[in-house]
Design a protein around this ligand. Structure first.
Ligand SMILES: [Ca+2]
Ligand SMILES: [Ca+2]
Length: 253
Protein backbone atom coordinates (compact mmCIF):
# COMPACT_ATOMS: atom_id res chain seq x y z
CA UNK A 1 0.00 0.00 0.00
CA UNK A 2 2.82 2.36 0.95
CA UNK A 3 4.54 1.70 -2.36
CA UNK A 4 1.43 2.63 -4.30
CA UNK A 5 1.08 5.91 -2.39
CA UNK A 6 4.69 6.81 -2.97
CA UNK A 7 4.29 6.20 -6.68
CA UNK A 8 1.22 8.44 -6.80
CA UNK A 9 3.10 11.24 -5.03
CA UNK A 10 6.00 11.02 -7.48
CA UNK A 11 3.61 11.17 -10.41
CA UNK A 12 1.93 14.29 -8.99
CA UNK A 13 5.26 16.04 -8.47
CA UNK A 14 6.42 15.14 -11.95
CA UNK A 15 3.26 16.62 -13.48
CA UNK A 16 3.58 19.84 -11.46
CA UNK A 17 7.25 20.24 -12.36
CA UNK A 18 6.43 19.93 -16.03
CA UNK A 19 3.90 22.77 -16.06
CA UNK A 20 5.32 25.86 -17.71
CA UNK A 21 4.43 29.20 -19.20
CA UNK A 22 4.47 29.50 -22.98
CA UNK A 23 4.80 33.03 -24.39
CA UNK A 24 3.13 34.42 -27.52
CA UNK A 25 3.57 37.86 -29.08
CA UNK A 26 2.58 38.88 -32.60
CA UNK A 27 5.61 41.22 -32.61
CA UNK A 28 8.04 38.30 -32.14
CA UNK A 29 10.14 36.86 -34.93
CA UNK A 30 8.55 33.77 -36.49
CA UNK A 31 8.38 31.05 -35.50
CA UNK A 32 9.89 31.37 -31.97
CA UNK A 33 9.96 28.66 -29.30
CA UNK A 34 7.69 30.17 -26.63
CA UNK A 35 10.26 29.79 -23.82
CA UNK A 36 10.49 33.53 -23.02
CA UNK A 37 9.08 36.83 -24.24
CA UNK A 38 12.29 37.34 -26.24
CA UNK A 39 11.76 34.04 -28.07
CA UNK A 40 7.95 34.10 -27.97
CA UNK A 41 5.89 32.26 -30.54
CA UNK A 42 4.59 34.66 -33.13
CA UNK A 43 1.44 32.61 -33.69
CA UNK A 44 -0.94 31.47 -30.95
CA UNK A 45 -1.65 28.23 -32.85
CA UNK A 46 1.99 27.17 -32.41
CA UNK A 47 1.73 27.65 -28.63
CA UNK A 48 -1.53 25.67 -28.45
CA UNK A 49 0.10 22.82 -30.37
CA UNK A 50 3.04 22.86 -27.92
CA UNK A 51 1.08 23.11 -24.63
CA UNK A 52 0.64 20.17 -22.24
CA UNK A 53 -1.73 19.61 -19.31
CA UNK A 54 -1.18 22.24 -16.63
CA UNK A 55 0.65 24.72 -18.84
CA UNK A 56 -0.38 28.36 -19.20
CA UNK A 57 -0.13 30.31 -22.43
CA UNK A 58 0.49 34.04 -21.97
CA UNK A 59 -0.41 36.17 -24.98
CA UNK A 60 0.72 39.76 -25.49
CA UNK A 61 -1.34 42.63 -26.87
CA UNK A 62 -1.98 42.33 -30.60
CA UNK A 63 -4.21 40.67 -33.16
CA UNK A 64 -4.17 36.91 -33.73
CA UNK A 65 -6.01 35.05 -36.50
CA UNK A 66 -6.56 31.29 -36.34
CA UNK A 67 -5.20 30.62 -39.83
CA UNK A 68 -1.55 31.39 -38.98
CA UNK A 69 0.97 28.88 -37.65
CA UNK A 70 2.66 25.59 -38.51
CA UNK A 71 -0.47 23.44 -38.07
CA UNK A 72 -2.91 25.50 -40.16
CA UNK A 73 -3.27 26.89 -43.66
CA UNK A 74 -3.29 30.63 -44.25
CA UNK A 75 -6.74 31.78 -45.34
CA UNK A 76 -8.49 28.59 -44.18
CA UNK A 77 -11.93 29.61 -42.94
CA UNK A 78 -12.26 26.30 -41.08
CA UNK A 79 -9.21 26.96 -38.88
CA UNK A 80 -10.07 27.95 -35.29
CA UNK A 81 -8.21 28.25 -32.00
CA UNK A 82 -8.75 24.78 -30.47
CA UNK A 83 -7.07 22.79 -27.72
CA UNK A 84 -7.94 19.72 -25.71
CA UNK A 85 -5.27 19.74 -23.01
CA UNK A 86 -6.01 21.28 -19.58
CA UNK A 87 -4.41 24.59 -20.51
CA UNK A 88 -5.30 28.15 -19.48
CA UNK A 89 -4.77 30.74 -22.22
CA UNK A 90 -4.45 34.29 -20.88
CA UNK A 91 -4.38 37.53 -22.86
CA UNK A 92 -3.69 41.13 -21.84
CA UNK A 93 0.09 41.05 -21.35
CA UNK A 94 2.26 44.01 -22.29
CA UNK A 95 4.75 41.87 -24.20
CA UNK A 96 7.72 42.87 -26.32
CA UNK A 97 8.74 46.52 -26.46
CA UNK A 98 7.19 47.37 -23.08
CA UNK A 99 9.21 48.07 -19.89
CA UNK A 100 7.70 45.04 -18.14
CA UNK A 101 6.48 42.46 -20.66
CA UNK A 102 4.73 40.56 -17.84
CA UNK A 103 2.53 43.51 -16.88
CA UNK A 104 -1.07 42.50 -17.40
CA UNK A 105 -4.01 44.79 -18.08
CA UNK A 106 -6.66 43.41 -20.41
CA UNK A 107 -8.03 46.87 -21.28
CA UNK A 108 -4.71 48.58 -21.87
CA UNK A 109 -3.04 45.63 -23.61
CA UNK A 110 -5.96 44.48 -25.69
CA UNK A 111 -5.38 41.01 -27.07
CA UNK A 112 -7.66 40.22 -29.99
CA UNK A 113 -8.58 36.86 -31.47
CA UNK A 114 -9.98 37.76 -34.87
CA UNK A 115 -11.66 35.80 -37.62
CA UNK A 116 -11.05 38.62 -40.09
CA UNK A 117 -8.43 36.69 -42.03
CA UNK A 118 -7.79 39.41 -44.62
CA UNK A 119 -7.98 42.27 -42.09
CA UNK A 120 -10.50 44.02 -44.32
CA UNK A 121 -13.68 44.06 -42.19
CA UNK A 122 -15.72 47.24 -42.52
CA UNK A 123 -17.52 48.62 -39.45
CA UNK A 124 -21.31 48.46 -39.66
CA UNK A 125 -23.83 50.37 -37.56
CA UNK A 126 -26.45 47.63 -37.45
CA UNK A 127 -25.14 44.20 -36.37
CA UNK A 128 -27.62 42.62 -38.82
CA UNK A 129 -25.45 43.92 -41.63
CA UNK A 130 -22.64 41.67 -40.39
CA UNK A 131 -24.50 38.69 -41.88
CA UNK A 132 -24.15 39.83 -45.46
CA UNK A 133 -21.34 42.35 -45.62
CA UNK A 134 -18.87 41.35 -48.38
CA UNK A 135 -15.87 42.28 -46.22
CA UNK A 136 -16.73 39.28 -44.02
CA UNK A 137 -16.97 36.67 -46.77
CA UNK A 138 -13.49 35.25 -46.07
CA UNK A 139 -13.78 35.37 -42.24
CA UNK A 140 -13.39 32.28 -40.04
CA UNK A 141 -16.46 30.11 -39.47
CA UNK A 142 -15.45 29.97 -35.79
CA UNK A 143 -12.77 31.97 -33.99
CA UNK A 144 -12.42 29.66 -30.96
CA UNK A 145 -13.41 26.02 -30.35
CA UNK A 146 -14.34 23.28 -29.95
CA UNK A 147 -12.08 22.75 -26.89
CA UNK A 148 -11.84 19.96 -24.32
CA UNK A 149 -12.73 19.91 -20.64
CA UNK A 150 -10.56 21.87 -18.20
CA UNK A 151 -9.69 24.41 -20.89
CA UNK A 152 -9.90 28.10 -20.08
CA UNK A 153 -9.69 31.36 -22.00
CA UNK A 154 -9.12 34.56 -20.00
CA UNK A 155 -8.77 38.18 -21.08
CA UNK A 156 -9.36 38.40 -24.83
CA UNK A 157 -11.51 40.18 -27.38
CA UNK A 158 -13.09 37.61 -29.69
CA UNK A 159 -14.37 39.06 -32.93
CA UNK A 160 -14.90 38.59 -36.66
CA UNK A 161 -16.38 35.08 -36.68
CA UNK A 162 -18.86 34.41 -39.49
CA UNK A 163 -20.69 31.07 -39.31
CA UNK A 164 -22.47 31.41 -42.64
CA UNK A 165 -22.13 27.74 -43.60
CA UNK A 166 -24.99 25.54 -44.76
CA UNK A 167 -26.88 23.31 -42.34
CA UNK A 168 -29.75 23.01 -39.92
CA UNK A 169 -28.07 21.17 -37.03
CA UNK A 170 -25.39 22.38 -34.63
CA UNK A 171 -22.21 21.94 -36.53
CA UNK A 172 -19.17 23.41 -38.11
CA UNK A 173 -19.94 26.60 -39.92
CA UNK A 174 -23.43 27.44 -38.73
CA UNK A 175 -23.43 27.88 -34.93
CA UNK A 176 -21.22 29.79 -32.51
CA UNK A 177 -19.12 32.13 -34.63
CA UNK A 178 -17.16 33.67 -31.75
CA UNK A 179 -16.87 30.63 -29.48
CA UNK A 180 -18.11 27.20 -30.55
CA UNK A 181 -18.38 24.53 -27.79
CA UNK A 182 -15.76 25.57 -25.30
CA UNK A 183 -13.32 26.39 -23.81
CA UNK A 184 -15.02 25.01 -20.70
CA UNK A 185 -14.46 28.36 -18.97
CA UNK A 186 -14.40 31.73 -20.71
CA UNK A 187 -13.72 34.67 -18.40
CA UNK A 188 -12.91 38.38 -18.70
CA UNK A 189 -13.55 38.30 -22.45
CA UNK A 190 -15.41 40.61 -24.82
CA UNK A 191 -17.20 38.77 -27.62
CA UNK A 192 -18.24 41.23 -30.29
CA UNK A 193 -19.18 41.54 -33.98
CA UNK A 194 -19.62 37.85 -34.70
CA UNK A 195 -22.40 36.52 -36.95
CA UNK A 196 -23.98 33.10 -37.37
CA UNK A 197 -27.10 31.27 -38.37
CA UNK A 198 -27.60 30.47 -34.66
CA UNK A 199 -25.56 31.81 -31.72
CA UNK A 200 -23.55 34.65 -33.17
CA UNK A 201 -21.40 35.21 -30.07
CA UNK A 202 -21.07 32.01 -28.07
CA UNK A 203 -22.48 28.50 -28.36
CA UNK A 204 -22.52 26.02 -25.49
CA UNK A 205 -19.88 27.51 -23.18
CA UNK A 206 -20.13 25.76 -19.76
CA UNK A 207 -18.85 28.64 -17.62
CA UNK A 208 -19.11 32.17 -18.95
CA UNK A 209 -17.79 34.58 -16.31
CA UNK A 210 -17.36 38.34 -16.22
CA UNK A 211 -17.73 38.67 -20.00
CA UNK A 212 -19.26 41.28 -22.28
CA UNK A 213 -21.26 39.91 -25.21
CA UNK A 214 -21.94 42.86 -27.47
CA UNK A 215 -23.08 43.56 -31.02
CA UNK A 216 -23.30 39.99 -32.29
CA UNK A 217 -26.04 38.69 -34.59
CA UNK A 218 -27.85 35.50 -35.57
CA UNK A 219 -29.86 35.18 -38.77
CA UNK A 220 -32.15 32.83 -36.78
CA UNK A 221 -31.88 32.87 -32.96
CA UNK A 222 -29.47 33.68 -30.15
CA UNK A 223 -27.57 36.71 -31.38
CA UNK A 224 -25.42 36.92 -28.26
CA UNK A 225 -25.37 33.25 -27.44
CA UNK A 226 -27.20 29.97 -27.22
CA UNK A 227 -27.10 27.15 -24.66
CA UNK A 228 -28.59 23.79 -25.49
CA UNK A 229 -29.16 20.37 -23.94
CA UNK A 230 -30.93 19.60 -20.68
CA UNK A 231 -28.24 17.06 -19.74
CA UNK A 232 -25.75 19.87 -19.21
CA UNK A 233 -25.42 22.53 -16.53
CA UNK A 234 -24.31 25.94 -17.68
CA UNK A 235 -23.24 28.93 -15.60
CA UNK A 236 -23.41 32.51 -16.84
CA UNK A 237 -22.04 34.77 -14.10
CA UNK A 238 -21.54 38.56 -13.99
CA UNK A 239 -21.89 38.97 -17.76
CA UNK A 240 -23.28 41.84 -19.82
CA UNK A 241 -25.28 41.22 -22.99
CA UNK A 242 -25.91 44.35 -25.06
CA UNK A 243 -26.79 45.32 -28.61
CA UNK A 244 -27.06 41.76 -29.93
CA UNK A 245 -29.67 40.81 -32.55
CA UNK A 246 -31.57 37.66 -33.43
CA UNK A 247 -33.60 38.08 -36.59
CA UNK A 248 -36.10 35.37 -35.58
CA UNK A 249 -35.73 35.45 -31.78
CA UNK A 250 -33.48 35.67 -28.76
CA UNK A 251 -31.42 38.75 -29.53
CA UNK A 252 -29.40 38.54 -26.31
CA UNK A 253 -29.62 34.79 -25.75
CA1 LIG B 1 2.16 42.45 -29.66
CA1 LIG C 1 -12.77 40.05 -43.64
Amino acid sequence: MKTVRFFTLCLTLATAAHARIIYVDDDANAPGDGRSWQTAYKYLQDALADASDGDEVHVAQGIYTPDRGATVTTGDRKAAFRWNRAVIVRGGYAGLGEPDPNERDISRYQTILSGDLSANDVDVNDPCDLLTHPSRAENSYHVVGPCGTETELDGFVITGGNSNGIGSMPGVGTYGAGVYVGPETVRNCTVTRNSAWWAGGVWGVRNLMNCTIMGNVASDSGGGGHWWGREYVYHVTDCTFSGNSGKVGGGGM
